[in-house]
Design a protein around this ligand. Structure first.
Ligand code: AHR
Length: 499
């Protein structure tokens, strides 16, 4: 039953990488398909239980995974969005075509509804401003509406629309995918646009804004270099650097096209996991370029869209980007979150795409029905890592030879909060158990207090009729010798004696 070669895991509890920013466990919701409408917003008249139009079942489920931050309104949609369309009495809001994702946008879910939703689930809002088809003026007015505390026409309008107080909103994205749907800009052009918008985001009441640039598409390192070359002033040999305007740089990375969401073979299981693992090299290479321009490492690396993007299984255009989430997607989530944890000294936010009904979602809905996906369970199990200190973990394990590469069978990450150590480890082999020996160094006595496992058939998924096919179970937490199930995601909790 076990493989002949054992896996040895050494946790260095007396070393630190950095604190894991909880925002690494962030999410993204766009006006796309039924992510917002039906997924979050059903309206006050709906027979689906809601609070001020927001689904209660979804809110309750999301509270359990401790969503730290939510990005909105896009995605591509953000660069067509005009915030004033989404305030005031709902019946009077304009209806416009959704040029990226089809259908019409009735604007029933706008600024107030989004911020209320964030409040209900306990998430910090991260708003992406329209750069591609708008002006700094429109962004400034939105910031005034959100954050200004004085008495102005816009703050009076805010009060009239039901919110007297300023929100004190903090995380501002300046455009989305500027190299593509955000305006097909060159990195040099976008760097200048970024600086222009970021300058005017220094609006009274908004001095504390964290300004985040739209970064490269996956491994486009050239884009990153040219952006930094321009914004730092090196390209023009200028003395003036505009780097101080920038606090975060956000790249995107999707993996997919290895079969479909539910139809894939074992080779495609590995192919997708291998693509997921690539994010480590990608973020390391982006950070190396950033180090060249920002040697003090003041600028944070963010991945504000990531996840699986499978070829569509639906003929309905409205559901084109809606996909099932199987055990394979859960494995992608676990591998990626472990990579972000291990790079916590540079990566400060990551937003999986997307929260509900779109791509690698946490939740699927159909009218009043709701089901939580295997990916959701990974977020719930891994929530223990949020705000912990990332601890180095070295793993010696068996190798798996795939068509393209040799992969480690077991990988993971570790964090420490007080005397509670959380070790997450995956066994990617869909057939073999992994015999694992865990050694915790530099912490005196330690005892395993809990072992949770998410496992199942590699095609296993949760459906409305069968919602608990893939669900975590507890295993007896006995000693350091562990036998990991094939295709399993494991979260181990240890109590340390001398932390
Ligand atoms: O998440 C779906 C889309 O993917 C987003 O709108 C866009 O930013 C990206 O290309």
């Amino acid at each position: 039953m076990t493989d002949d070669k054992a896996t040895k895991i050494v946790v260095h509890a007396d070393e630190r990488i950095a604190q894991i920013n909880p925002n690494i466990y962030g999410h993204f919701a766009e006006h796309l398909g039924s992510c917002i409408y039906d997924g979050i917003w059903v309206g006050t008249e709906s027979s689906i239980p809601n609070e001020s139009g927001i689904r209660i079942d979804v809110v309750e489920a999301l509270k359990k995974i401790k969503v730290p931050v939510l990005r909105w309104p896009g995605g591509c949609f953000a660069d067509t969005y005009h915030w004033k369309d989404g305030i005031g009495p709902r019946g009077k809001r304009p209806v416009r075509p959704n040029i990226w994702w089809g259908g019409e946008e009735n604007n029933n879910f706008g600024t107030h509804e989004f911020l209320q939703f964030c409040d209900m689930i306990g998430a910090e809002p991260y708003i992406c401003a329209n750069v591609g088809s708008s002006t700094p003026q429109e962004m400034m007015e939105w910031l005034e509406y959100l954050n200004y505390e004085g008495d102005t026409t816009l703050t009076r309008l805010r009060a009239k629309n039901g919110h007297r107080e300023a929100w004190g909103f903090r995380l501002l994205g300046i455009g989305n995918e500027s190299w593509g749907c955000g305006g097909n800009m060159t990195p040099q052009y976008y760097a200048n646009e970024f600086a222009r918008f970021a300058t005017f985001a220094n609006y009274p009441g908004s001095f504390f804004l964290v300004k985040i640039a739209s970064g490269a598409n996956s491994d486009d390192y050239d884009w990153t270099r040219r952006f930094f070359e321009t914004i730092s002033g090196r390209a023009c040999g200028c003395k003036q650097s505009r780097l101080p305007l920038l606090r975060g740089f956000a790249f995107h990375y999707y993996c997919g096209t290895a079969g479909t969401a539910t139809k894939f073979n074992e080779a495609q299981w590995y192919e997708l996991l291998e693509k997921a693992m690539r994010i480590e090299e990608i973020l390391v290479r982006h950070r190396l370029i950033m180090d060249d321009y920002d040697p003090q490492r003041r600028i944070e690396l963010i991945c504000d869209e990531w996840g699986t993007w499978h070829p569509s299984e639906s003929s309905n255009p409205a559901k084109k980007l809606q996909q099932q989430s199987t055990m394979r997607d859960a494995m992608v989530a676990a591998i990626s979150l472990d990579i972000f944890n291990r790079n916590a000294d540079k990566v400060t936010m990551a937003n999986i795409a997307q929260m509900i009904n779109v791509l690698q979602s946490m939740i699927l809905t159909d009218g009043p029905k709701m089901v939580i996906t295997p990916t959701y369970h990974v977020y719930e199990m891994y929530a223990a890592h949020q705000a912990g200190a990332s601890i180095p973990v070295r793993i010696k394990t068996t190798k798996i030879s795939t068509k393209n590469k040799t992969l480690d069978a077991v990988m993971g990450s570790c964090s420490l909060k007080g005397n509670k150590l959380t070790l997450s480890i995956v066994n990617i082999d869909p057939k073999k158990y992994a015999d694992v020996d865990v050694e915790i160094r530099g912490a005196g006595e330690s005892s395993l207090t809990r072992w949770r496992v998410l496992t199942g058939d590699i095609h296993g998924c949760n459906t409305f009729d069968d919602p608990d096919t893939i669900t975590p179970v507890d295993k007896p937490a006995t000693d350091r010798k562990l036998l990991l199930d094939p295709a399993s995601i494991n979260v181990l909790t240890y109590e340390l004696g001398n932390s």
